[in-house]
Design a protein around this ligand. Structure first.
Ligand SMILES: [Zn+2]
Length: 141
C-alpha cells in the first residue's frame, strides 16, 4: 500500500513538475538549427548540465504549454512549434529570430525570471503571444 501511495505521489509530482534530467546528452543531439541548452519533451526536461532556476522555470513553462495541447497529442505541440518557426523563418530569414519569435518561446523567455509566474499563469497563456504580432515587444534575455 505504501508503495502504491509513493508511486501515486511520484506520478502526480511528475504531472505537476515534470521530470528534470540533468547532464543529459539529448540537448546536444537536438542542436540542428541552433545550439540547444535544454529541451522539454513532456513529461521530461533534458538539460545539458546542472541547469539553473531560470532555465528550469523556462522549461517548466514549456511543460505547461505541452500539457495544454496534450489533449490533441504531443505531436501537435511540435507541429505547431515547427510551423511557427517556419512562418517566422519566412518573415525574418534568420533562424535565431525565427526561434525567438515562436509564441511558446516568447512566453517562456518573457516570464522565466518571474518566480510566481507558474502559480499565476492562465490556461493557454501562450496564445496571447500569437496575437501580439510584434516580436520585438518581447524582452529576449
Ligand atoms: Zn524555450
Amino acid at each position: 500500500m505504501k508503495k502504491i501511495i509513493a508511486l501515486k505521489n511520484w506520478v502526480s509530482n511528475a504531472w505537476k513538475e515534470g521530470i528534470i534530467v540533468k547532464n543529459s546528452s539529448i540537448p546536444k543531439y537536438s542542436s540542428w538549427f541552433i545550439s540547444v541548452y535544454a529541451i522539454t519533451l513532456w513529461p521530461f526536461v533534458f538539460i545539458k548540465d546542472e541547469g539553473n532556476p531560470i532555465t528550469i522555470r523556462h522549461e517548466k513553462i514549456h511543460l505547461r504549454q505541452q500539457r495544454e495541447v496534450f489533449v490533441l497529442g504531443i505531436i501537435f505541440f511540435y507541429l505547431l512549434y515547427v510551423l511557427f518557426w517556419f512562418i517566422n523563418l519566412c518573415r525574418f530569414r534568420n533562424s535565431e529570430l525565427a526561434y525567438m519569435a515562436i509564441p511558446f518561446e516568447r512566453e517562456a523567455y518573457q516570464n522565466e525570471d518571474d518566480e510566481e509566474y507558474l502559480e499565476n499563469r492562465k490556461w493557454l497563456a501562450w496564445t496571447r503571444y500569437i496575437r501580439e504580432n510584434d516580436y520585438r515587444k518581447s524582452n529576449f534575455s
